[in-house]
Write a new protein. Structure first.
Length: 326
């Protein structure tokens, strides 16, 4: 009797663990075209990279966050984890990998981490909209706040990627909001360090650089997919209207250019369907007045992708359910 009970419990446990451990085996690493499964699973990474959203009671408890994040994604099939933080710039990211892929996740702007974290992200990074030329990017112009944030972790990140890449794994980069902006900079930087990204998926990210930067990024042929939820205000920033020259250094007014997005746009419409648009939409000036910060919500992005996409995998439980809207 005891043996039968033990066997039954073991089978229940095995089935439970199996059903929870293989989600990230469903990520496409065969071709660089857009993949519904990749888009959704990477959006989940962006959701759970926030300590409060993964269940950490004390937001700035790094050890608790690392333990919770590792536990969740290890149960999804990921094997290796590295956590990179720069407290000076409040730049946070996770590098995780298995035998076929490396995933780089940049945390977006923080609002629940206390005044200091919020100040560093929103005032010292996001609001630093003056563009600066980057010699490594052929002197094209990028957002100075985003660049300072990325450079603060660049060396550590490149070393970490090389430590993880022991089997020629494919590199996927992702981020929401500020994290999406940093993902774009990382993707271009990686390509110049012979670490060509396999795919870049961003969500709700603001514009990163000027027109020449966008052209240079396009030349590197980095597969990049950008999601925008309805009239989310953040992707409309920095604005591109007639006063855009205020973002250029005084001596470079003629060559700095307007801010411009990169990658293929996937618009989540008012009806919650997803529309593919391969050019950046020019937003009328009046539209800025109707932009909504609430459309920026991570759970809204997760739910929209879950409801719209078909997930190709060998198992019926190919992906976990989206987090509940709060």
């Amino acid at each position: 009797m005891f043996k039968k009970l033990s066997l039954t419990l073991f089978l229940i446990y095995s089935i439970s663990v199996f059903s929870q451990t293989k989600y990230f085996n469903c990520l496409n690493t065969n071709n660089t075209s857009h993949c519904d499964t990749n888009a959704y699973l990477l959006m989940l990474c962006n959701y759970y990279i926030f300590p409060d959203l993964i269940g950490v009671k004390k937001y700035n408890d790094d050890s608790a966050f690392r333990a919770s994040f590792t536990e969740k994604f290890a149960s999804y099939g990921i094997q290796n984890f590295s956590f990179i933080n720069n407290d000076t710039t409040s730049t946070n990211l996770v590098v995780m990998s298995d035998s076929s892929k490396i995933i780089v996740i940049f945390r977006g702007s923080e609002t629940n981490g206390g005044f200091l974290n919020t100040k560093k992200d929103w005032l010292l990074t996001d609001a630093k909209c003056k563009m600066t030329p980057i010699s490594a990017f052929k002197n094209t112009y990028v957002h100075s706040g985003f660049w300072k944030s990325y450079v603060s972790v660049e060396d550590t990140l490149l070393k970490t990627i090389r430590l993880h890449q022991n089997n020629q794994q494919k590199i996927l980069i992702t981020g929401h909001s500020l994290g999406g902006a940093l993902a774009v900079l990382a993707a271009l930087d990686f390509s110049l360090h012979q670490l060509q990204p396999f795919g870049v998926y961003t969500y709700a990210n603001p514009r990163v650089g000027g027109e020449r930067f966008a052209e240079y990024y396009e030349q590197q042929q980095i597969p990049t997919y950008r999601y925008v939820n309805k009239n989310d205000l953040i992707p409309m920033l920095p604005p591109t209207q007639s006063f855009h020259r205020m973002f250029c250094p005084e001596k470079d007014k003629g060559i700095c250019g307007r801010y411009q997005h990169v990658g293929t746009t996937y618009n989540i419409t008012k009806s919650d369907s997803i529309m593919i648009n391969d050019v950046e939409v020019n937003v009328p000036k009046i539209y800025y007045n109707f932009g909504k910060v609430k459309r920026h919500d991570l759970a809204e992005y997760c739910n929209a992708l879950y409801q719209n996409y078909f997930f190709k995998c060998n198992k019926s439980d190919a992906v976990p359910e989206p987090p509940k809207r709060k």
